[in-house]
Design a protein around this ligand. Structure first.
Ligand SMILES: Nc1nc2c([nH]c(=O)n2[C@@H]2O[C@H](COP(=O)(O)OP(=O)(O)OP(=O)(O)O)[C@@H](O)[C@H]2O)c(=O)[nH]1
Length: 132
């Protein structure tokens, strides 16, 4: 099983989703950005590093959101998801060719990677609960 970290980054009631660029695995699919922890690195350290490397922004971890275990192609993925706060820097995506800021109700209209779908559902539920 492959552990991968992913980030929920909010702005004005919207959430960041990113489309994997041509030339990498799962090109054209949408995801919450992130990546695999390196040897000796905690998931919290990994997500902050990945977001700096992949998105060019400095963030801090706000909270652990949850995990999702699912198949992605022929790999079993354990996706660990964190809520991050964008502290500084400008978005300069490296592995993605599109970034969208999405309202919760629009999220499931995106072609998300399988492990991200239950996370998106949970996010939508929590946002609804928060509003009512
Ligand atoms: N970053 C990211 N990867 C995801 C998500 N969901 C999901 O199934 N994955 C899969 O998890 C793996 C993570 O690979 P990656 O290429 O993003 O991570 P990385 O930067 O550590 O990889 P690399 O250093 O080997 O290039 C890919 O197979 C990707 O398709 C997600 O929400 N975010």
């Amino acid at each position: 099983m492959l552990t991968v970290t992913a980030a929920l980054i909010r702005k004005e009631g919207r959430i960041l989703v990113a489309r994997r660029r041509p030339g990498i695995s799962h090109a054209g699919r949408w995801e919450f950005p992130g990546g695999k922890p390196e040897q000796g690195e905690s998931p919290e350290e990994a997500i902050v590093r990945e977001i700096e490397e992949e998105m060019g922004i400095m963030t801090t971890v706000d909270a652990y959101f949850g995990e999702s275990i699912a198949h992605n192609g022929n790999t079993n993925i354990r996706l660990l998801v964190f809520e991050l706060t964008w502290e500084r820097g400008e978005l300069t995506p490296v592995d993605h060719d599109r970034i969208d800021w999405v309202r919760p109700e629009e999220l499931l209209g995106y072609d998300l990677l399988e492990p991200d779908v239950p996370i998106a559902r949970e996010f939508i539920e929590r946002e609804e609960a928060h509003r009512t």
